[in-house]
Design a protein around this ligand. Structure first.
Ligand SMILES: Nc1nc2c(c(=O)[nH]1)N[C@H]1C(S)=C(S)[C@@H](COP(=O)(O)OP(=O)(O)OC[C@H]3O[C@@H](n4cnc5c(=O)[nH]c(N)nc54)[C@H](O)[C@@H]3O)O[C@H]1N2
Ligand SMILES: Nc1nc2c(c(=O)[nH]1)N[C@H]1C(S)=C(S)[C@@H](COP(=O)(O)OP(=O)(O)OC[C@H]3O[C@@H](n4cnc5c(=O)[nH]c(N)nc54)[C@H](O)[C@@H]3O)O[C@H]1N2
Ligand SMILES: [Mo]
Length: 735
């Protein structure tokens, strides 16, 4: 069994790490100063920093630190890519670099390009970079262009990005959420009429029950664990549903609490391990149990919801045996979970990619919504639904319109204010754009951050698709694999300032629908980096007819905030935030009374059938996930401390399966899907037998291009695979 070196998440190793990174970044004080500046944290969307000050959460609590905010900060401060390096390193060699190697190259500090005949990237001027991109866009058919954004950029940059794209004439504007929480947005809109969390941070402080399903916040949103531990200290209960037993969801040492650091804190009361992709039968079983125990909040259901009868009848008529068999969780454990759920007054359900990354992603969240509504856990304090968002501003990027499907109100405002005639239909979403590229229909693409190559399923196909685009322009802080393996015929790489280096303040939106102001600051390294807004405005001048917009004015963040305030519902206070520093909760998104923005003001139950995903008898169910040492496609460390893995090319499997197949820890195996095979090393983990886990982004070599039809999200976590032994160790050693 792969044994972690630690007995809990967090703790001393997390603190030691801070020192190590501090040294790498050129001194602890220097790093500390940056971490404590008034800028929203660059990593996840839990909300830290802003005007409350660095290392403070939305309630002002200090100190709030986590390892990955330090990784990201130190990463932006260390080293630069030089012209000499580019001259001596051919593209072919760059394309052979791992994610960690790309990250270690340092900051990109001048514009560069590689054309079809080039063997190396070479430095170019800003004018040449912008002129080339402008010329390609001017010549392209409007529906032959796409604009992609990750979730790191500011609201100001993202708003301008979509405004320029729409004024230019395309609706092919999308972001990384189509590979992330799109399923949550689609489902939540159908459940309560708004596509984001129904709760604020305060509600978490009032709940007496939390269900954490399909998420690993111990690694990915560590400060959320503090909230769970506090909830338990108040006498509340935490239920975890996850096929893999994650150490940090069992025990955690919270760095800001002396007692927790010394003795550790229990994070959960009960841990259910269903099969991968089998949450729906389990959620139906829990609902059935709640009904049988008389735990339905009849008053709430009658007064504030619709659709209950069909959902209740389906649960009642489902057989226990079938639900138990399909979910993999036994009756006794289900009963214990039902007792926790019915014993609680105010419950919050939290989830992430374990629910969205399936062909039935939207259905998963509807099934979760059904359980929540049956208990009356919506539209009341301390109750509700919380999608645990990924990137620090992924929600803001969507709110300000980087989306191929915008609301009627949003479109009407764009037409009215700017006279932009908008095409009737939606544009291409993230995957659809790549599909169009693969079919040779994309002529140019502009990518504001992110790593579309590394995030995409079926990497070989993804590289082919990107390779067929005549011109790709990447805006980035650092190199990633996409800049080398996801090149177009001609590729430009333009260097940007990170959020805490911007000359003007910027804003971000957290997963609690709270908008924060970041002060900006000075650049961590010397170079020609420009602000994202500056680059987009300069591009706009080259692709849009003169006189229609005053692009020099739209290069001002304050002015952009005034525009956003006029266009985006609930964003009114943004106009003043730069002057007053007053951060705000977006109106109309979170609910403390049961009046929902649906046509009949009621929340809706949705009938959900058992998912079709069922691997054959000789196959495994495979999920792809993150380690504690990475941020998405950026790998900082090979080690996954909490899972006890010392390398990344492992396949985690249950001891029972290994024994059955005659495998030992460290044996080499091949894991094969319908699109490819990977040679990996066996690591025994506490995962439900019949299920496997491997690390993303490497995993995308074998992730098939199967999508949730309702959200367009690839099924990164329910893949049917074969596993075969190819040789004995030496492989993963227990740490
Ligand atoms: N340190 C760090 N922090 C991050 C990121 C990072 O890469 N590194 N990425 C950021 C981003 S963009 C995102 S979206 C979030 C991602 O945050 P998470 O969604 O927490 O991350 P994942 O590692 O993709 O998977 C989460 C969990 O889902 C479980 N799971 C897989 N399949 C199933 C299933 O079928 N059912 C259930 N119930 N569980 C399942 C896995 O066992 C794993 O524990 O984190 C953000 N924060
Ligand atoms: N198999 C598999 N695939 C997955 C997932 C999975 O769990 N399994 N998860 C999916 C999810 S949830 C997501 S969100 C996507 C991630 O998709 P993306 O958001 O596209 O990818 P990231 O790896 O987060 O992008 C990191 C890059 O962003 C750039 N960057 C960082 N900061 C800035 C900035 O301030 N400005 C600019 N312009 N650029 C910046 C740097 O180049 C950095 O390397 O991957 C998806 N793909
Ligand atoms: Mo994400």
């Amino acid at each position: 069994m792969a044994k972690p070196k630690v007995d809990a998440g967090g703790g001393i190793p997390a603190l030691l790490y801070v020192w190590k990174k501090g040294l790498e970044a050129g001194g602890f004080l220097k790093l500390y100063r940056r971490l404590s500046s008034r800028n929203a944290c660059k990593t996840c969307a839990l909300g830290m920093g802003g005007q409350a000050g660095g290392m403070r959460n939305e309630a002002g609590h200090w100190p709030e630190v986590c390892k990955k905010s330090i990784q990201a900060q130190a990463g932006d401060m260390a080293g630069v890519v030089t012209e000499e390096f580019l001259a001596r390193t051919p593209l072919a060699q760059l394309a052979g670099m791992s994610s960690a190697e790309c990250e270690s190259l340092g900051r990109v500090v001048f514009p560069m390009m590689a054309g079809p005949a080039d063997s190396h990237y070479r430095r170019i001027s800003w004018d040449e970079a912008l002129d080339r991109t402008g010329a390609a866009l001017r010549e392209a058919a409007r529906d032959g262009v796409f604009f992609y954004s990750s979730g790191r950029s500011s609201n100001e940059a993202a708003f301008l990005f979509q405004l320029v794209a729409r004024a230019y004439g395309t609706e092919n504007i999308h972001n990384c959420s189509f590979y992330c929480h799109a399923a949550s947005s689609v489902a939540l809109k159908e459940i309560y009429g708004s596509g984001t969390a129904s709760i604020t941070l305060d509600d978490l402080g009032q709940a007496d029950f939390a269900l954490v399903i399909g998420a690993n916040p111990a690694s990915n949103h560590p400060r959320l664990i503090t909230q769970l531990v506090k909830l338990r200290e108040r006498g509340g209960r935490v239920l975890v549903i996850n096929p893999l037993r994650e150490l940090g969801l069992v025990r955690f040492r919270i760095p800001s609490s002396v007692r927790s650091m010394l003795f550790g804190s229990d994070v959960s009361d009960l841990y259910l391990q269903p099969h991968i992709g089998a949450d729906i039968p389990l959620l139906i079983a829990l609902l059935k149990g709640v009904i049988e125990r008389g735990g339905v909040d009849q008053e709430f259901v009658e007064a504030h919801t619709s659709g209950w009868d069909a959902v209740a009848a389906f649960a009642r008529n489902s057989s226990w045996d079938e639900l138990i068999e399909a979910s993999g969780v036994g009756r006794e454990e289900i009963d214990r979970a039902v007792a926790l759920i019915t014993g609680a007054k105010r419950g919050i359900v939290l989830w992430a990619m374990g629910l969205t990354h399936h062909e039935h992603g939207v259905e998963n969240i509807k099934a979760l919504g059904n359980l929540c509504l049956a208990r009356g856990w919506l539209g009341r304090e301390g109750c509700g639904m919380l999608p645990i968002r990924g990137h620090s501003n992924v929600q803001g990027v969507g709110s300000v319109g980087v989306n191929p499907v915008t609301s009627r109100a949003f479109r009407a405002r764009l037409e009215e204010l700017y006279g932009i005639p908008l095409p009737a239909g939606p544009g291409l979403d993230t995957y659809a754009s790549l599909e169009a590229a693969h079919a040779g229909k994309i002529e140019a693409a502009v990518l504001l951050g992110g790593n579309l190559y590394g995030s995409n399923p079926d990497s070989a196909w993804g590289a082919e698709a990107l390779g067929r685009i005549p011109l790709i322009t990447y805006l980035t802080t650092k190199f990633n694999e996409g800049h080398f393996k996801g090149r177009g015929a001609t590729t430009l790489v333009l260097p940007v300032l990170a959020r805490d280096e911007e000359h003007e303040s910027t804003t971000q939106e957290s997963m609690f629908n709270y908008v924060r102001l970041s002060d900006g600051g000075s650049a961590a390294v010397a170079g020609e980096m420009r602000s994202e807004v500056g680059i987009i405005a300069a591009l706009a001048e080259r692709i849009l007819p003169a006189g229609r917009f005053d692009w020099s004015a739209l290069g001002s963040h304050q002015r952009l905030r005034e525009e956003i305030a006029r266009v985006v519902p609930g964003y009114g206070p943004l106009a003043e935030i730069g002057r007053t520093g007053r951060e705000f909760q977006i109106e109309g998104r979170t609910f403390h009374s049961p009046a929902f923005p649906t046509p009949d003001q009621r929340a809706r139950f949705h009938p959900v059938a058992l998912p079709a995903f069922r691997p054959a008898a000789d196959q495994f169910r495979l999920m792809t996930l993150r380690s504690e040492g990475q941020f998405n496609t950026v790998v900082y460390e090979e080690e996954d401390l909490y899972r006890g893995m010392t390398r990344r090319d492992v396949v985690m499997m249950a001891a029972e399966d290994a024994t059955r197949l005659g495998l030992d820890e460290g044996d080499r195996v091949e894991v094969r899907s319908e699109v490819g095979a990977m040679a990996l090393v066996v690591a025994i983990a506490e995962i439900r037998p019949g299920n496997l886990a491997i690390y993303y982004p490497e995993a995308n070599a074998i992730v098939p291009r199967r999508l949730d039809p309702q959200s367009g999200t690839p099924a990164f976590k329910s893949i049917a695979v074969h596993l075969e032994r190819i040789g004995a160790g030496p492989g993963q050693r227990s740490g």
